[in-house]
Design a protein around this ligand. Structure first.
Ligand SMILES: *Cc1c(COP(=O)(O)O)cnc(C)c1O
Length: 379
């Protein structure tokens, strides 16, 4: 493992895995469809700029972020692909959008007018992606509102309608009925645009689940996020692509001690040793994104073996029971999420222990944890 000076808790990220996953997404949709690599939330915890660069190297045609701030961070890296702010711009962010040449989701005429004015002020054009609500009930225009919107923004100075898009609510369901209803509503919205004489070059709807399972949703561009980081959004989709988890959360034991039977461990003494035990402390806690729900439930890897988390996860520390792995002491490498000596604990497994989803496990890994980039993980 790669060490950093000081606290040994690190998130090791494989650039080779990120690139391979992006090429795999491209293979799922074929060469005629662009991949907009979604790098919001610091690239799902992997580090936005490094991940974005890896995806562009692997052929990504665009990068998707949620916020203008995230877009600016990527824009400063000078990668030569469009950056689309999928969450739209808030009032007051127009000049920043224009200065950095970001493309933005939009669903109100006022916002597009303000974006166009800001773009013109710096001699530019802003690329707008019309956001349609087809079933998520989150953001965007209803299909029936799209025609009037298109007519109102079509001729605004400083504005180019670059795309139209929507987002799936349940493309990861075994039953694709809801996704097909959304596809039908999306078709309605596109027809309304065409009737208004607007034909955006970029048409995108598919998240990772739809990349893997719904070719009818691929259009001219797809927006995978999770699969680029090596996880399928649902177990039944896992066999559809060869994905490699790209992040390994590692640390080393701070202290290990032999204790008697009946010894309470951690806040509230929620774990009490049943036998003479060796309890080791890890320098990672919920402030690092290792969820408190992992308390007394999760496992970690020590010498390629699974050992249990015992007691409550603290803000900065977590205790594990290493009684069954003899000879373990301070400095021993521990994998909290990832691979070690042929054993693996995935983000989806950690998510199961913490009553959440792999997305949250990955994005929760805190700023206090340095990201260390490697080409490939050690075998
Ligand atoms: C997060 C997000 C995606 C990516 O979704 P995954 O399930 O991670 O593939 C795509 N589009 C939008 C609008 C998103 O918010």
């Amino acid at each position: 493992m790669r060490d950093v000076p000081g606290r040994p808790t690190v998130a090791e990220v494989s650039l080779g895995a990120l690139r391979a996953n992006c090429r795999e997404a491209q293979a799922c949709v074929g060469p005629g469809v662009g991949v907009m690599a979604v790098v919001k939330a610091d690239a799902y915890g992997h580090g936005a700029v490094a991940a974005a660069r890896a995806f562009v190297e692997a052929g990504a045609a665009a990068l998707g972020v949620s916020t203008v701030e995230e877009g600016v961070e990527i824009a400063r890296a000078g990668l030569d692909v469009p950056i689309v702010v999928l969450g739209g711009a808030f009032p007051g962010e127009e000049a920043t959008v224009a200065a950095h040449g970001l493309a933005v989701a939009a669903w109100t005429v006022e916002s597009v007018r303000a974006l166009g004015a800001a773009a013109r002020a710096v001699g530019r054009t802003v690329a707008v992606h019309v956001k349609v609500n087809t079933g998520m009930t989150r953001l965007g225009l209803e299909p029936g509102e799209v025609g009037a919107f298109a007519a109102a923004i079509r001729d605004l100075p400083g504005v180019a309608i670059a795309g139209v898009f929507s987002h799936f609510a349940s493309a990861d369901d075994l039953d694709t009925a809801a996704a097909r209803t959304q596809l039908a509503r999306f078709a309605e919205a596109r027809a309304a645009l065409a009737a208004a004489g607007v034909h955006p070059p970029l048409v995108h709807l598919a998240n990772s689940a739809a990349v893997l399972s719904l070719p009818a949703a691929h259009f001219t561009m797809v927006r995978p996020g999770l699969m680029l980081y090596g996880y399928a959004p649902a177990p039944h989709l896992a066999a559809r692509a060869r994905l490699r988890p790209a992040l390994c959360l590692r640390t080393r034991i701070t202290q290990a001690r032999a204790v008697a039977a009946e010894t309470p461990v951690g806040y509230g003494g929620t774990f009490v040793t049943a036998r003479p035990s060796v309890i080791a402390t890890l320098p990672i806690g919920y402030a690092d994104g290792y969820h408190r729900l992992a308390s007394n439930r999760a496992q970690v890897l020590v010498r390629g073996r699974r050992v249990p988390v015992v007691g409550r996860v603290c803000m900065d520390h977590t205790m594990i029971d290493v009684t069954d792995v003899p000879g373990v002491g301070a400095g021993e490498p521990v994998v909290v999420l990832g691979v070690q000596d042929g054993a693996a604990i995935g983000a989806d497994e950690v998510a199961g222990w913490c009553d959440t989803i792999s997305y949250e496990v990955l994005t929760a890994i805190g700023r206090r944890v340095p990201r260390v980039y490697v080409e490939e993980f050690d075998a």
